[in-house]
Unconditional design. Structure first.
Lengths: 149, 149, 149, 149, 149, 149, 149, 149, 149, 149, 149, 149
């Protein structure tokens, strides 16, 4: 089982950025926890982060031959990027969308997810735990997919 | 750790209702799986279902002295009930909203969650697995809350 | 042929409620006429009324083993209830929606029918006659369904 | 009792046009059934069809001295024609609007009926049966009107 | 003079629910104050609370033979219930709508009152005092009505 | 000076159609008054009416070599016809839009004038007098145009 | 016959203000033409202009005992002033709204007239001529009113 | 206790203006009743009315050193004046908004109150009684404020 | 290969109508160029123009037994005609929509194409060249269709 | 160089009004700073403030013969006054709009500036500094204008 | 004649991505066909693709000294990128927008083209053929431009 | 004092791009003027431009350890980029948004600033001068911030 964990714009600032909204954990700490959980499940993970919409599309496309599933936090692009939405649909790898904060409880322009329309599902609001639940869901999807082959 | 798992309207028909959208699992089967997972985590669960908005509000209110957290699938009331939204906020028990299908991928009137605005977080799109991930999140929230006391 | 005739909120007040909008016939008088027409067509009818959205959902679900078709006047829930809409779709019995007054000629918030989106068809504006035409349509749908088995 | 049955644009193609939406019956077959039902009720019917909004207005105006009621399927003009709406109101003959398909279950731009705002009532979703129910309603309205004179 | 005082969903939690919005008074304390004021005015009051939209409709309908006026706090149903709006109009007893908090100063979805469209008037924003002012207004309306008979 | 006076759909029913909105004057009586006023001003008038959007466009196009100005009551097409709007702009004869009733005081869908966007000006609300004022304005525009050549 | 001619904000700058939109005539020149036309019709006119919404309301109220009709160009307040709208309705003198430019051909926020909702009618787009046509209409309304007494 | 009672535009016409909406009481009669009620409560009242938005703002500002609370009927400015809204917030005296008619039951553009967003509360729909209830609420607020000092 | 080239309202005025928007070519000149291109491709073309929505529907319906594809410039009906949209879908001949000007660069009400929703594709903005490209596309579609039989 | 500095409604309360939004500086202190900066630049300034929309229009009109440029803080009228917008356009003196707070960061109804549509430019969010930057911009515009003569 | 053919996000996946929407041709195959057609017309083509909005802007800017026209498929950026819209306008090379699928027949959010507002024209819905028609149009525009120099 | 001056998409084309909107100054000339003004104020400036949303985010993040304030012209991303908005908020350096043209006077889609919601303030409409005023504001903010430490 191989899982790509992809982080969108500004997530590299985590821990230092508006901690009252996003918590005090850094991205490195999140990745450590996710790696530990993946190891426990016998899965391999890769991490990538970019502030560039185009680079995120490239990364999704390049994940095709390698990844069995994707855990994706598209950050602000969640709400504006038709191009990322198309990339998820085009690439066809099961993708679990995750958000640290609860997007339903934030500003109206953050309540709808364009990328979520084509994701397998969405986990939102649990901080670091959103990533762990997302990994869990991604592994289940990858297993189902393997079983279906 | 005591968790109330609450199901909203029409979920009692699960397995027989539009299986292409909601899958073939019955509610009883979901509850069996959730009970098993709860037991494995050393937690106690109670289940309740109602088609009545008012009864769901009553159940949330009555859970107050007993439950440490709630896993709630408000079904169609997700999108229309300000009263359930107020009940979640008023009761103050950490509540995880779950959906079998991915609400972001359905009809526009199902894309926004009124109840999700006051839930701790939302898990949507993973079928039975949404409940298991929701239980996992609810337990974590209950533990944090206990620790904070 | 067995037909459930279901009346939504405030229809129990018929005849005494705003007669300039809804006419002077009582619900009992309407039921007498519908029963007479059903008998003439060799069909059995049952009647039920509730002011509770949840009870109406319960009644639709419980009609499953008995009714061949439903004539349903959802009253004010026509325009607000996603849960009733889901119940009609989930139960799968052919349902004819009827309205005493012409919903297209009333306040804008009464012009769209959420429940009508999943009903077989809608009859609106003919007073008592809406029920009789609805019964006629329901019987035809029930016969088609029987023939298709 | 004299009833004008008026068909709007593209209904002349019935049976050959998108049968998955509109069924396989031709307009001639519908008219045969309606004529039979009218004869059984001792009523006279005339049929007319046009693809022209203006011609439909002319026909409604010219029906004034002859028709006791109108059964009208305005087709696509249902949703766009203020002029037909005004013609129905100006002519003052009781008019029953009918639709083969259920307009509440179709594209959003087909869900509101401008002409229905001034019709006596609307029957929608029962295929050929919509016309027969519409005839039934039109006859009842014509009788009430005659009685009221 | 007989006045029904009706409380909508979640008002039973008053005093324990979000006190920064709704204050620290319990519903029992409010009822004591209202009863005292009614007694001083020589009026009889009855109180009822429900979290169920349908039960609130039933209560309004059943108040018909008894009550001279109603003081009604529809809570969250204020903004979503066409059925309660219809019940107030159908029952025809003068109804004064009251709110503890100022609905014009809250979230946009709480700014319009569907039920207020058919109430005699609305008092909003004065905490317990909203009930006392509402009682005063209800008594005046009941007296006017008695005088008009 | 030659003026075309053009009447849109349903205006041929004037005097018999909803007199509480449009008054009791017939179109013939209006034309008599307009002809008298035109004669007094030494101008020639022609009248035409059609219920057909296309015929009204044809008439505007054919007026080109003859008319110095147009007085046009587009009736219901005022609010829906981009094609008539384009015809007025394309033909290039000064056009005065007139309405018997005050369109600003009617249903919201009658408040905006698509054709008025390209007319020289609009006169609305004065019954027969709207036509006489419109003729007066049309003659002034025709004189200005003649002077400008 | 006594007519008040009332000019709204910025009309005192006429002739010097954006002449490509409003023409080169000054307000004094317009008033000279209107006075001449009124004299020819045997009517008395008074003129007033203000940039103050409140002063325009005062002037309308004070015109009550004197004026038989009002010709009113509310300028920019046309589109924003509910208070002027209420003043026209409250004062009850027949009021003709006039505009130099064609409001239907300008920016969207100038296309609807709040004050026109309660005016007798509206004349828009003919420059100085709008005032003369407005005076003509106002005199006719004043005569009708006198005749109706 | 000193209370300023402030009336907005067109309220000076009360009793003579559209009595079917606003009743037959004059403003002087209302003020007499309010003065009597204030005297009974041992409070001093001052009254002021203006049709000018700016004057109403001035009056609110000038009330600062004198008034303990304000009863304010902003009339049509309720729905359009951000400046009055800002004045109420800036001045900081507890302000009770009152309306003779029920704004929730009137035209859509009268249903929201901009000024009500910053008022302490709103009383709407009880005619003269709205002022008396408003006075009662204002006195209570003034007393609370005095107690809090 | 037989191609119907259909022109909508006001296109008969081409070359004389607002040349800054639509160019100076006449419809006859366009048809000469299209005929030449069709001949070079060994195809037969017929041309028709109408200002009448109904006539355009008739022409599309009558093209059924003859045409292999249609090149259609629906002019102003592009944006308002659900009936033409339905006719294109009902007739089932591959239809290429063409526009002389770029509809995406014009007034907002010209930016969406109702007819384009059911056309095979749309070519917009190239003047006469739009027709030639449209013919080219229509021939390709006709060939594909022939090949598929 | 002569600059008019114009302050809109409620700005006279500055320093005492909601200091968390508008800061603690009084209007007099701002004017002292602006006068100092103007003197340093060799320019003359005049100050005026009004709560009246009409008076602000009068002041802008009266500034015409004197001022070379205007620094204008329209306060709440920024968002509602078409009349002030028209006055700025009509008067034709270069006008710099300034705001103490950042209007893009406030309530949605404060985010668009009607007056800013016709101002030369807008400076928003820098407290007192907004005025100083506005003065600087106004002087530059006045110089350019003088140079262009 | 030199033509830049520019492909937006996800077009590199063509042939493998949702073939039911976009067909089975790869981007390489499309480029081969376009190159062949360009060669036949004696024109030179260059191809470029990027998933990055910024890179597409850079490519458009860098094409300035080389390209005579551009054929541009902006993919998902069509509907969201004001920056690409500005780049097309700023660069000033005639640009033909092309789409494989018919954007008017897809999800509502794909129906408007921001980039198309500043393109010379748009070709949409013909698969590979859209590119060939676009090349044809681009060559015509380039020739016109050369002729105009 | 160290100030980063950041330019968004297409600003590198300045002087050559639509000079009627953006003026004839090049970006280099603007930077020369800004550098001169910074030097005069004893401040250090760095300049950067990118057409890439992601690169602009990177640059803002990388400015953190160096810059005391930012002057940012986000160009077209002003209106579409939630990601840049988040970057400004996350980085936490005082940011002054500047625009060459007056965004309030342009197309509706350019009137709101997403990035301005989190900037300290906005300067818009003064060409090169917008940058100089922005620098002035940025220096003041940087000084305040230094003083506050």
């Amino acid at each position: 089982m191989r899982i790509l964990v992809l982080h969108g714009p500004n997530l590299n600032l985590l821990g230092t950025r508006e901690p009252e909204v996003y918590g005090r954990l850094t991205l490195a700490e999140i990745e450590t926890e996710v790696r530990r959980a993946a190891a426990a499940a016998g899965a391999e993970v890769r991490f990538a982060q970019s502030n560039h919409e185009g680079t995120l599309i490239d990364m999704l496309q390049e994940a095709r031959p390698w990844a069995d599933a994707v855990v994706f936090n598209p950050g602000a692009y969640t709400h504006t990027s038709v191009a990322l939405r198309d990339a998820i649909a085009a690439v066809g790898i099961p993708t679990v969308e995750v958000h640290l904060s609860n997007i339903h409880a934030r500003e109206p322009f953050r309540r709808h997810s364009l990328t979520g329309e084509v994701a397998a599902g969405v986990v939102s609001g649990f901080g670091l735990h959103s990533y762990l639940l997302g990994l869990d869901a991604a592994l289940a999807l990858a297993r189902q997919r393997q079983a279906a082959r």
